[in-house]
Design a protein around this ligand. Structure first.
Ligand SMILES: Cc1ncc(COP(=O)(O)O)c(C=O)c1O
Length: 403
């Protein structure tokens, strides 16, 4: 494999590449200098007073980010997959049914995990080009006369397809048919990119990770847990050890953890929360919405199709763009990496090689986005993918208009 394909920034087959690598994947995302500096320190005693302060500060901050007053925050030194598992094993028992919407690759992986844990995943199919269908969820729940479905699981932002699901509408669908299932939401690539209202939307368990909209390196993940989900934990019989919420609930009071926490990542998280508060959540969401729109305008000008077919479901943090039949999205990404030192997201599962994904989440400004779009447009030309010129210009015009 050539050095260029290892994704190593600043070098390729012909030697050093000057300038910054463009990391335009939908996670991990670029790290603000403030976050990098905050981590760059000696380890501290995680049983000492300074750690208690840090623990309490990040838990309070995450409560704000999730939009919850009453939710318990569980913070794991794990990737998002760990927090998925935690959500299931803390609330459910072997043989329980979970209703999932097959919206894309990450919904598929969550389903596989549920099955491996001994749950029965009831899947609502989609074409991977839209969000979860609240009407189909309501129908499946009203057909569940025996009350076998214990949780409805939705991926809020399906990172593989760049389609968002309407969590409030899913809650409404559950309530409309009077079903008692818990609502679990994967907010791994939505948190910090667009509105998320844990309390307001009536979410029971939300799952997230550090490496996307939160602007923190990979390695931390989270559950926000409603009182109803905590109560379900008292009778849930799936085996759990490390993921158990009960000892972590103590951390919410004291700031201390039942094991050695990822201290330096927590310093990073504290700094990132500070940056989010300084920018303000409405401004963060408006910035993401604007950059997503600029990216879609570029794709439209190129004459390329978006993977997401529903304009109400467009993702604020990532845009998956389809290449025309007979062309390879992976070859395009490879050329862009080799010639312009930019990493884009790849197509996953059934859309492997059919789409490339432009990440525009986290710590990004208008000129970074313009650089990324210029890299794509140059790459399209290099790869010989049929397109019209003018995507960069269309995005620039929109960004100028809305500045
Ligand atoms: C929506 C979604 N869910 C789950 C995951 C899995 O998270 P991780 O790779 O951090 O384990 C990802 C990762 O990209 C994701 O985007």
């Amino acid at each position: 494999m050539s050095a260029a394909l290892t994704n190593a920034p600043h070098s390729n087959a012909v030697g050093r590449l000057p300038g910054r690598h463009f990391l335009q994947t939908p996670g991990p995302t670029n790290l603000p200098d403030t976050v990098l500096r905050a981590m760059d320190r000696n380890a501290i005693n995680h049983r000492g007073p300074e750690f208690g302060r840090l623990g309490r500060a990040v838990i309070a901050g995450m409560r704000e980010v999730f939009g919850t007053q009453s939710g318990m925050i569980a913070l794991y030194p794990a990737s998002g997959t760990g927090a998925w598992e935690a959500a299931l094993v803390n609330t459910l028992s072997p043989g329980d049914h979970v209703l999932m919407s097959h919206t894309g690759w990450f919904a598929h992986l969550w389903e596989q995990m549920a099955e491996r844990l001994g749950l029965v995943a009831v899947m609502l199919e989609t074409d991977w080009r839209r969000g979860a269908d609240p009407a189909a969820i309501a129908d499946a729940l009203s057909a569940d006369k025996e009350g076998r479905i214990k949780a409805v699981c939705v991926v809020h932002n399906e990172t593989s397809t760049s389609c968002l699901s309407d969590v409030a509408a899913v809650r409404h669908a559950i309530d409309k048919v009077g079903h008692g299932a818990l609502l679990m939401v994967d907010a791994i690539s939505s948190l910090g990119c667009g509105p998320f209202e844990f309390d307001g939307w009536g979410v029971d368990v939300a799952i997230s990770g550090s490496q996307k909209g939160l602007m923190v390196p990979p390695g931390l993940s989270f559950n926000a847990v409603s009182p109803k989900a905590m109560a379900a934990g008292k009778t849930a019989r799936l085996a759990r050890g490390y993921w158990d919420w009960a000892p972590l609930a103590v951390a919410n009071e004291t700031g201390f953890f039942p094991y050695t926490p990822a201290v330096n990542l927590l310093y990073a998280l504290e700094a990132a929360i500070g940056l989010m508060r300084a920018e303000g959540f409405p401004a963060i969401y408006a910035r993401h919405a604007r950059f997503a729109e600029a990216t879609r305008r570029a794709a439209a000008a190129w004459g390329l199709e978006l993977q997401c077919l529903d304009a109400r479901a467009y993702s604020p943090g990532v845009t998956a763009v389809r290449v025309p039949e007979g062309h390879s999205a992976d070859k395009l990404r490879g050329l862009i990496l080799e010639h312009f030192d930019m990493s884009l997201g790849n197509g996953l599962g059934r859309i492997e090689d059919r789409v490339f994904r432009i990440g525009h989440m986290g710590d990004i400004n208008a000129l970074q986005l313009m650089g990324a779009l210029a890299g794509v447009e140059m790459g399209l030309a290099l790869a010989g993918i049929p397109h019209r010129a003018g995507g960069v210009q269309a995005a620039a015009a929109y960004l100028a208009e809305t500045a």
